[in-house]
Design a protein around this ligand. Structure first.
Ligand code: 6CS
Length: 315
């Protein structure tokens, strides 16, 4: 059998390393009977096109970031909420692995739209880059911020009085270079590998949110698998849970040094203090009320997740 797996990133980046390793596991476990072709970003379309390719069965597997499903699955906007999770990414990954709010209630909303999440995982804490310094909410006043598609990501930057625009990352380097947008948010590995630091003068270590993504499968395809094949998929997903964390940690740990070494395109690095982060947090927290208004179950999902995060922090 031959399956297709599309990601939102390119060769060597976290999602592609993940997909290649997943393909290898499935091939091994099936004694070479199942081979998975991995398609990188740009080979099949934009991030939003890929959401449809998964739900219509053009591809069997996809890595989909909730930032691109904001209008399709409003409850998925929960990951747009800044300062909701802990600063400790390992604790966050544990919550993502074990959360009933996410793996049952939120996952159910995705299944209703033809997207079956098999794992939710972090690609690391997100940081800001800008053509000007971003150290206080005032610095975002009128700032042209690029974001993913989700309404609540846009609203989160409107809360800082910025002018956010949704854009595919395929257009982002040129957009930053030509000044169509002035800044963006991403984990350090992605900022470095996509070379955004080349066209940005400032990098703020803000840790304002973490980047969450999902390994997904087409539900009809998955339900149609025989039990032995399902077990191969499930075991491979399980084994990739610790691997995904290691892959992102390794790349994110190396990235800041690489950005600082690129002295021909210097980038000023500034780390926010806790007090400076609090000024953003204060404006970000009310956006949670907009999340509650997203749907009938959104409030329940948010309350449950907050309890789960607090329980994990108490350990
Ligand atoms: O900023 C983005 O849209 C891209 N960022 C990451 C970390 N992965 C893919 C995504 O499309």
């Amino acid at each position: 059998q031959e399956w297709r797996f599309v990601t939102e990133e390119t060769e060597g980046q976290v999602q592609n390393v993940y997909a290649e390793e997943f393909a290898e596991l499935v091939s091994e476990k099936s004694g070479g009977q199942i081979s998975i072709d991995v398609y990188g970003f740009g080979e099949l379309g934009s991030e939003v096109d890929q959401v449809e390719q998964l739900s219509t069965g053009v591809v069997e597997f996809a890595i989909i970031s909730p930032g691109f499903t904001g209008t399709l699955v409003p409850e998925g906007n929960i990951f747009a909420l800044q300062f909701l999770f802990d600063d400790d990414q390992e604790l966050n990954q544990q919550v993502l692995n074990e959360s009933e709010a996410i793996n049952e209630h939120l996952a159910g909303k995705y299944v209703e739209q033809g997207i079956m999440p098999l794992a939710f995982w972090t690609e690391g804490a997100m940081q800001w880059t800008g053509s000007s310094a971003l150290q206080s909410p005032d610095d975002f006043d009128g700032f042209q911020m690029r974001t993913q598609e989700s309404p609540l990501i846009l609203e989160s930057y409107e809360a800082y009085d910025a002018n956010p625009t949704a854009m595919s990352w395929g257009e982002l380097y040129t957009g930053l270079q030509q000044g169509a947008v002035e800044g963006q948010e991403n984990p350090l590995f992605f900022i470095e590998d996509a070379n955004f630091h080349e066209v940005q003068d400032h990098l703020t270590i803000s840790n304002h949110n973490m980047y969450v993504t999902m390994t997904t499968v087409n539900p009809d395809f998955y339900e149609g698998l025989d039990d032995a094949t399902k077990t191969i998929v499930d075991e491979s997903i399980e084994e990739m849970k610790s691997r995904s964390f290691e892959i992102q940690a390794e790349q994110n740990d190396a990235a800041l040094g690489l950005i600082e070494e690129a002295t021909d395109t210097p980038t000023e690095v500034y780390e926010l203090s806790e007090e400076e982060r609090d000024a953003f947090r204060e404006l970000a927290v009310p956006v949670r009320d907009s999340y509650r208004d997203e749907s009938e179950d959104a409030g329940m999902i948010l309350d449950m997740l907050q309890d789960e995060i607090e329980a994990a922090q108490g350990n």
